[in-house]
Structure formats: structure tokens, C-alpha cells
Design a protein around this ligand. Sequence first.
Ligand SMILES: N[C@@H](CCC(=O)N[C@@H](CS)C(=O)NCC(=O)O)C(=O)O
Length: 222
Amino acid sequence: MITVHHLKKSRSHRVLWLLEELQISYNLKIYERDSKTNRAPAALTKIHPLGKSPIITDGKKVISESAVILEYILDQYGNGKLRPKDTQSAAYQDYQYFMHYTEGSFMPLLVLSLIFNMMPKQPMPFFVKPIMKEISKNIHKIYINPQIHLHLQFLEKKLKTEKWFAGNQFSVADIQIGFAIHCAKSLLAENFNYARLNQFLNEIEKRPAYQQAIKKGGPVDL
Ligand SMILES: N[C@@H](CCC(=O)N[C@@H](CS)C(=O)NCC(=O)O)C(=O)O
């Protein structure tokens, strides 16, 4: 049976969500973030050397990286569900794209934004703080925010012509990218003006499996 090593408020929500969609039984081991640093506890490094969540174990296998975990679960337990069947189709190409693009291109920008939000809050000599605040503000203005909006415009446009990210059927690509869009919305707050993406978020949040994952693993956030 699969054990999910679930760090609270993390990408691991994706894994719980998929397992709930497939209605598979699993063990859940919950890890708390450090209250000061927000980092994962050292206990996770005992499961995988990088100590990043999500990690699953299945028998002797240890699997990390959310996209790899989602694909593994579909390969082993999916019975052909939640990904396009025809590997030659445009939907399958989109499926592959969004499975890889999310962590390869989009999430790093969101993590960069989080880091630059956190930097001025770190302990430092009082006279450095205003300088750090200014650096953080400028990096957001010059690079991070325009890049995040560029990606969101691209994602919004994609959903103007299709219901989901890999064609007209809900798939695991929506689980993978859904978490990232949710995080982008909470980072941008009132500057998140994307009607189609808001509609997409409303639809995924209504899914019983999504809600069940939150019930078991806690709220979605970075
Ligand atoms: N690309 C990896 C990223 C894994 C990752 O960075 N996870 C974060 C949680 S969202 C983490 O474990 N952070 C805690 C830490 O670095 O201490 C994936 O998709 O699984």
C-alpha cells in the first residue's frame, strides 16, 4: 500500500487529491513545517535525501517529485483514468507539456517570489532592512511579477478554447497545474484578474476529492 509522506501546506496536496480521485486506500504520514523557518522537518530526509515533499513509498520503492509520483500512481493504479489515452493526440501532448511545464517553468517563479517576500522579514541590522525591502520590491516589479503575469496570460488563453489543460476531460495535468495557479492567486491577491483561471479554480475546489484531500492533509498553500 502507498504511504504518502505529506508535508502540510505543500505540493503534496496534489498526491492526496489524486489518490482521492481514484479512491485508493493509502497511509498518510503528516509532517509539520518548522514554525520559524517554514522548512520541512529533518525526518523527511530519512525517507529521501532531499527531504522535500511530496514523497511516497510503495513497498520498498521510494518516489519523489510530484509529477513522477502522479504518473507512478496512474501507471500502477490508474486503470487508464485521468490522462488522455491516445498518445498521438493533441490532448496527450498538452498533458505532457503541463505535467513538465508546471514544475520546470512556472513553480520556480512562484518560489522566487516567496523568497523575495521573505527576505526583508529575516533578522538583519535595522539599517539594512529598508534596503532589503527596496531590493525585494524592485525585483518583484522589474522581473518576478511581469514574468508571473506572462505565464498567467498564457494559461488564461489556453483555457479560453478548452475546458481543461489537456483537452476536454479533467486529467492529472489539471491537478499538477491547479496547485501552481492556486499559489499564484494567493501571491498576487487582488492583482489576480484572470476570469477563466478563477473559474478553473472554482471548479477544481468543488471536486469532492479535492475537498477530501484538504480534510485529510490540511489547507492548500505554499
Ligand atoms: N519539484 C518538486 C519540489 C518539491 C519541493 O520543493 N517541496 C517543498 C514543499 S511544496 C518542500 O518540501 N519544501 C520544504 C523545504 O524545502 O524544506 C516537486 O514537485 O515535488
